[in-house]
Design a protein around this ligand. Structure first.
Ligand code: 6PG
Length: 248
């Protein structure tokens, strides 16, 4: 199973410890790269505390803002200022306070639909990367943050949907999301998300325990199919950790 077999599992006490551990890992990945850094953020509620921490000391001062670029792994197809917008949340809490505007790369939603948005974002990613094809020896991202939904989705890759089977495109539109919020989505695909030095899942709370139990049993769900070309890390708090993998 993904969580225990090939991937690193880090169990922490609670959501606060989880956010601090995640912040330390983000800083460590930035420190490893003395050049231009690319970070792929995620939406949902799980990363909120991490973003708050990165916006405060000692974290904010340790980020070399002039050489870090911020992307988003999936987006709800809503206006930028809609409370549901994933990049909107990251901007309000963190990016608008510190990041140069040209270093923030939102998935565009001011286009006719999710497919056009996906095409545009793929172009932007390829321009940033400097090639049309991903080279396994040169990851697109330094770190990719991920969350897990109650059905085992990650990013906007939903179980049984075509997006999770995509192998050629970097980004794809998801016209209908099967879980709340029921708005169209745009998501990076498994190969694009995989092109990273580290993929970091953040999972907290009792309500995540049943999906982690299914993932630990090896179910073929999107979150079990997502992994990094580098290191894949599952950061899980005590409430979410199933007994099978050390929880109580
Ligand atoms: C989104 C996400 C999604 C999220 C999981 C976990 O846009 O909703 O990117 O994949 O990470 O659903 O969500 P929570 O963090 O809210 O549990």
């Amino acid at each position: 199973m993904a969580i225990t077999d090939q991937h690193k599992l880090i169990a922490v006490a609670d959501p606060e410890a989880l956010a601090r551990t995640a912040a330390d890992r983000v800083l460590a990945r930035i420190a490893e790269n003395g050049d231009r850094v690319a970070i792929c953020l995620t939406g949902g509620s799980s990363p909120r505390r991490l973003y708050e921490l990165l916006a405060t000391e000692p974290y904010a001062a340790k980020i070399p803002w002039d050489r870090v670029h911020w992307f988003m792994g999936d987006e709800r197809f809503v206006a930028d200022d809609d409370p549901l917008s994933n990049m909107g949340m990251a901007r309000r809490i963190l990016l608008d306070r510190f990041a140069p505007p040209s270093h923030v790369h939102p998935i565009p939603t001011n286009v006719p639909g999710p497919d056009q948005s996906a095409e545009r974002y793929a172009r932007e990613l390829k321009l940033f990367y400097g090639a049309e094809d991903l080279d396994p020896s040169r990851p697109l991202f330094d770190i990719v943050l991920m969350g897990v939904g109650p059905d085992g989705h990650t990013a906007s890759l939903f179980p049984g949907g075509p997006a999770v089977e995509e192998t050629a495109r970097w980004v794809t539109g998801v016209p209908k999301a099967p879980v709340e919020p029921l708005v169209p989505r745009v998501t990076l695909t498994l190969p694009a998300l995989a092109s990273c030095r580290e993929m970091l899942f953040e999972v907290a709370g009792r309500e995540k325990r049943s999906i982690l139990t299914r993932l630990a049993a090896g179910e073929n769900l999107p979150a079990n199919r997502a992994h990094a070309s580098g290191e894949t890390v599952w950061l899980v708090d005590r409430a979410a950790l199933p007994e099978e993998v050390g929880g109580r």
